[in-house]
Write a protein that binds this ligand. Sequence first.
Ligand SMILES: [Fe+2]
Length: 347
Amino acid sequence: MGTIFEQVRSGGCLSYLIGCDETRVAIVVDPELDQTDRYLALLSERGLRLRYAMDTHTHADHFTATRALAAQLGVPVVMSRKSPAPFADLRVEDGETLIVGNLRLGVMETPGHTEDSLSLLVGDRVLTGDALLIGGTGRTDLPTGNPEALYDSLFGKLLRLDDSLLVFPAHDYKGRGQTTLGAEKQTNPRLQQKDREGFVALMRGLDLAMPQHLTEALRTNRTGGMTVKQMIAEAGRQVSFMALPEALQRVRSRDTSLLLLDVRDKESYLNGHLPGARSLPRGELELRANADLPDPTVRILTYCKLGKISTLAAATLKAMGYTRVVALDGGIDAWTQAGYPIESGQG
Ligand SMILES: [Fe+2]
């Protein structure tokens, strides 16, 4: 039986593309949002058609791409029956099998890191999510984490499997990609604590820093909402941009056909703005557009501090019918750093 097995690393996050050689279908496990195009490229490069997009659990430290892949490719999102995500289409339970072409993938519920944690048995290997890591285990101090449950999942389930099984975790921060169950049993420091109470005390005693983006990751991964980066990227696909030097030229030549629109708050505008710019804070855009921008055919250049909010503002104006709006590629911070001229006070 031919199995295609690709590990995709994104920082400390590990995700997997598993395909059936004969039937050319595949499943992607724990895909990360920033790598969405990479999975799509891998699928087409390998001549594979995606069947399932799966998360081993609700991630608190990065953004899942399952929903984006599912929407683009029309495949179900697979998660645990215990997952809070409303976008999970196929909710699996312990002992079930996922069929991917000629491959049979065994689902195991391995809660502890989160309540909805799954492991996936694939032939000679097991994807352990964040239940068992290389030389460690998933933490149990984040929402729905439970050290007692993790002990039971490890000692009562995973460690009872064959020692020769290859282990592929969802994270490794030291550049390692795989281990074996036997090696972990012998050397993983946390697994040396074989007594349940001792293990629980060890897990409770860990004083770990909160992961970056915790709130946003839990918000979007649990609800299917968008990340701020996704919103800005989506707005960015709807508008075109103007480079800083091009904008400078137009400022210098006093090009009156281009309306410079400062969408920051009024106070920032008064402290310093592009010469000739007008102030229309983004929060007042819809309210003041009719009075301030009566001509929908006027050419508008929006800018803000960093170039992100101005992208959102440009997309909003475009949606309102301002057909010739562009956003500055960069913000007034980059403009100032480049030594370009600034004007202060009322424009
Ligand atoms: Fe996790």
